[in-house]
Design a protein around this ligand. Sequence first.
Ligand code: F6P
Length: 547
Amino acid sequence: MSTSPAVTQTPLTELSAWKALTSHHEKIHTRHLRELFAEDPSRGTRLKAEAEGIYLDYSKHRITDETIKLLLQLAEESGLKERIEAMFRGDKINITEKRAVLHVALRAPKGEKIVVDGQDVVPEVHAVLDHMSAFSERIRSGEWKGHTGKRIKNVVNIGIGGSDLGPVMAYEALKHYSQRDMTFRFVSNVDGTDFAEATIDLDAEETLFIISSKTFTTLETMTNAHTAREWALKKLGDDKAIAKHFVAVSTNAEEVTKFGIDTANMFGFWDWVGGRYSMDSAIGLSTMLAVGPENFRKLLAGFHAMDEHFRSTPFAQNLPVLMGLLSIWYNDFFDAQTVAVLPYDQYLKRFPAYLQQLTMESNGKHVTLSGEHVKYETGPIFWGEPGTNGQHSFYQLIHQGTKLIPCDFIGFAKTLNPLGNHHDLLMANVFAQTEALAFGKTAEEVKAEGTPDWLVPHRVFEGNRPSNTLLLEELTPESLGKLVALYEHSVFTQGAIWQIDSFDQWGVELGKVLAKRIIGELEGPKPTDKHDSSTNTLITHYKKQRG
Ligand code: F6P
């Protein structure tokens, strides 16, 4: 019988900072940002933090100095400092899977020492990076030839969840730095349309498939991988072609070999890297192929810089800690259900989707480390779209709806594509939106514009809608690494305070098991009676229509 690694902690709601925050919220929750700025006109120059080239303005939050003091106290009382150290030390803080959580080791410079089960993992990390670099150089230079002697021009990453979202997001984010004579595609969905459309115009002789799967057992990925293999063999005719057109990224050498990929063409990682924290492991092979090893190492340097900041900076100036605490403030005291992430950079169009897995698979938990049902809200729903597109879609609800939606605005001082005054127009919208959300427009102001009385209520903006503004100089591999690590550690901060295991994902299991069971029942025309009446009828209806 295995022993329970459950952790005993003082329940969050019994911490004195939590209680103090509860009564503090009672006192200040009706205060308007208009008043807060009027009373303290310089708060915009004070409630900010800047580190590693990221400027965070958090003055447009429904907070006072006292709120920050109490939130920082909450972090202290929650033992956040010790939790951070435990992660960096390689303690098995993912208690339900009995695993260390060491994505920070993926970007540790050579020479640093991080020990897991008696072994320094940093040399292994660098050995894989060197392997990836050598392979990437061969592909990018054209030295590596396909089975028929043609150079590889197309790379298709097959993976799902963390083995897809990070690679897609990073490819899109760093497209400016990518090798433009190569094509990159990403297949994740088990829906055959994903594979069919991704390969429709590709020549198998020039195509490399990266099968990215930590476990190498994920249904979607293995189904797509086998389809890819058939697709390639149909054109290339010969099993020997697999070695030239398929590589694997996985922790499971046995399954990779069974699939027919030579382990010499396998790029490994370790069980202490969670899927949603793996874009800077070998799972980032497609990123390295796109932007080159040098840029990939810059990306890692960016991650590492933010790791160091998180580990060593006092909480009052610590960007991930501040962002995590502010998120808790709205989630737990204002009952805000969601957070909108609004990057004002087209290259970051997949960033919200990436953050959805990072945040929600990590903190969508209702049980504490000691196995109790939580007595408070945990992970908020993350969503978003790049600005300014969202402004013409869902911002209406953020401005005038009935829900409180804290927003993260992300902008860059310099554009990678200077075109006329596009960039100033884009950034003007960042500043305008945060200002409009915070201060709104009163009935008096609306009336003063000559609006007829009956229309006034419709045109009033209540304001008092909070936001973070994150300003960076330019979107580069380094700054992307910093930004992603910032969110990773903000998620860590929140999970530590909520006393949950941010690193397991049992919640995805049940659906997987049931789908496997149902697959068999979909064979043949016979109706099923193995489920509840709703599921039985749906399956029967599907079969009838499918024929
Ligand atoms: O959705 C569950 C999950 O395990 C994710 O955590 C993970 O990123 C994804 O599936 C893919 O897993 P794998 O890389 O093992 O194929």
